[in-house]
Write a protein that binds this ligand. Sequence first.
Ligand code: NAD
Length: 258
Amino acid sequence: MDNDTIGTNPKRAIVTGGTRGIGRAIVKELATGNFRNLLFSDIAFVYNSCDECAEQLIKEIDNPNVKVYSFKSDVSSFEQTQTTVDAIIKKIGGVDVLINNAGITKDNLLLRMNEKDFDDVIAANLKSVFNYTKAVIKPMIAQRYGRIINISSVVGLIGNAGQSNYSASKAGIIGFTKSMARELASRGITVNAVAPGFIQTDMTDKLTEEQVKRLIQNVPMARLGKPEDVAKVTAFLCSKDADYITGQVIAVDGGMTM
Ligand code: NAD
């Protein structure tokens, strides 16, 4: 099958962190959105805690042409990732698209941040991207086709007081994305990052009203974004229309970083 034919065939995707917020919106967008030329036959999403949320999401997908599967696994573990990706590939027959979305925050000023808060965030946000990318590139190289989209953050571009661990992980994702884009471009695989600004999810629900008010002072569009705003750009990057885009970081941030 040549690259062009693969590009328009229904695809098989892995999405990490699928049960909530942005990941949930991405699973729904890929499964039921109708972006030009972009069809999925199978979507496997990975999550680490809420079994009911995983079941509920599968129930909500109303498209008989797409099969959606959930896999419970810790993305920060290299061993668990190998086993999980092997099981996913066995179930869905291969992988064309990887969305590295899972992430956590453990915010604190550096003076108060302990070693575990730093290590946990780097492991869940950055090492996970290494784990999943490493697990999928062999089959992607063999089929000479792949789309990898890594969910970074605007704080990986501009930093944020109280988030040195998180910003470092998100900036690390950007360096990793660009290096992978260079390594894999000749193999028919594109690798891009999406950098959301402040998006309304469980992650930002932790902020106080006062903090949100202060944050949106720096957003020209003067509001938080929606998970769907990020999901639609991610879907575009999976599509054939984005075939000549690689190594880019696309901010979805209401104009916050321009
Ligand atoms: P969320 O907390 O609502 O959801 C996170 C998801 O990741 C959940 O499904 C959870 O199960 C999964 N997850 C976390 N740790 C995991 C682990 N170790 N193993 C497996 N799964 C794990 O978060 P969100 O706001 O939807 O954020 C999604 C991504 O977008 C994250 O990478 C986050 O850093 C990034 N982001 C979010 C915002 C925002 O404002 N919400 C802004 C910029 C970037």
